[in-house]
Design a protein around this ligand. Structure first.
Ligand SMILES: CC(C)(COP(=O)(O)OP(=O)(O)OC[C@H]1O[C@@H](n2cnc3c(N)ncnc32)[C@H](O)[C@@H]1OP(=O)(O)O)[C@@H](O)C(=O)NCCC(=O)NCCS
Length: 368
């Protein structure tokens, strides 16, 4: 059975930073309250025209370049997001076109902030079954577009960003080990974007009532999160047949420092064993774990052979955890030139669009 190795990683966040002090100017809040209650100091906010797919594409190019993998070698793209570009088509398809992943299947996965763990697991299972070799897994969000900037309960929490990993098949032991996934839909209304779907399609009334924004019962979500984080971590470590002492890093969903603190206390681990960067990004939902992985890889905290745990929770309710062993950069079979592939992807996309039009004209005429 092949192993599923993480061989490429990349992240992208908007350049624009919104600090707690900036928020003080638009809503009734203050830096001290936000830092004490969440640990967040600033977050990145997409500018106009910057979208979930544009951040996803930027992160994907970086991941491909680290893995030295051609876009044409990708078998599947999974984009985990709760803020897709459209209800359909899938944001993953937009990424497929933009990077020129000519032979890849592509779909979106929605498990909110736990989504990246779910998506990585789906990719790893496909690789371990022998059916796929190279999978691009992306977590990408532009939550700022769905936040009510007059609601101080939610707008202080969220930020925008994307992270991407390349998973590759190899006979060498390592990579993704075990995963646990859980859900409890009885808590669906605790964190939700109520309108825009088939239950509440967009109407003047839904817009007027603010139903196209994120609604959250912060207290209940907090209670749920502190209950499941330590439990899921223990569960996945047991499923992997390893010990807590074998784990070098815990990489949690970056929602709130107090939630991570509670998990650390529950696991009787020092907070230093956790990768934490939420003070600079806020909660970027499904992008938070891959962004944290990228930073830990870039600054050398993650070293070849290190075992680590990913653990997250979110709307749904969903929660889950994964154990994996860090592979680092593999020896490439060939050198790729990212700029060449960017140009190829752009040209291919333009020609494909043109060809679809021409085909439409030809077939349309024949029909008439
Ligand atoms: C959002 C959160 C920080 C709020 O903390 P809390 O202890 O639940 O706070 P409450 O909403 O009960 O409000 C406590 C007080 O702070 C005030 N307050 C709320 N938001 C505030 C803000 N942004 N600035 C200043 N004061 C604020 C409230 O009005 C309330 O004041 P009162 O006691 O005078 O009525 C916390 O609930 C949380 O982090 N929940 C988890 C959310 C999460 O992680 N969501 C994403 C999941 S993926």
């Amino acid at each position: 059975m092949p192993f599923a190795h993480i061989t490429g990683w990349g992240m992208a966040v908007p350049e624009r930073i919104l600090t707690n002090f900036d928020l003080e100017k638009i809503i009734d809040t203050n830096d001290q309250w936000i830092v004490e209650m969440t640990g967040i100091k600033e977050r990145h906010i997409a500018r106009e025209g910057q979208t979930t797919s544009s951040l996803a594409v930027e992160a994907a190019w970086k991941a491909l370049s680290v893995a030295k993998l051609k876009p044409t070698e990708i078998d599947l793209i999974i984009c985990s997001t709760s803020t897709p570009e459209y209800l359909f088509p899938a944001t993953a398809c937009l990424v497929q076109d933009r990077i020129g992943a000519t032979k890849a299947g592509a779909f979106d996965l929605l498990a909110a902030c736990t989504g990246f763990i779910y998506a990585l697991n789906m990719a790893a299972q496909a690789i371990k079954s022998g059916s796929l070799k190279n999978v691009l897994v992306i977590g990408a969000e532009t939550l700022s577009k769905f936040v009510d900037w007059t609601d101080r309960n939610t707008c202080i929490l969220f930020g925008d960003g994307a992270g991407a990993l390349i998973l590759q098949a190899s006979d060498v032991p390592g990579g993704v080990m075990s995963t646990v996934m859980h859900s409890d839909g009885s808590g669906a209304d605790l964190l939700t974007l109520p309108a825009g779907g088939s239950k509440n399609p967009a109407t003047e009334a839904t817009i007027r009532s603010g139903l196209h924004y994120i609604h959250m019962d912060g207290r209940e979500v907090f209670r749920f999160a502190t209950r499941v984080m330590a439990h899921a971590t223990r569960e996945v470590i047991a499923a992997s047949g390893i010990l807590m002492d074998d784990v070098k890093w815990i990489i949690p969903h970056q929602a709130n420092l107090r939630i991570i603190d509670a998990a650390a206390r529950g696991l009787k681990l020092p907070i230093e064993r956790f990768v934490v960067n939420l003070e600079r990004y806020g909660n970027t939902s499904t992008a938070s774990i891959p962004i944290a992985i990228c930073e830990a890889a870039q600054d050398g905290r993650l070293q070849k052979g290190d075992k680590f745990v990913l653990v997250g929770f979110g709307a749904g309710l969903t929660w889950g955890a994964m154990t994996a062993q860090w592979t680092g950069v593999m020896e490439p079979e060939h050198i790729i030139r990212p700029n060449y592939y960017r140009l190829f992807a752009r040209t291919r996309s333009l020609l494909r669009r043109l060809w679809l039009r021409i085909e439409g004209i030809i077939w349309g005429r024949n029909k008439a």
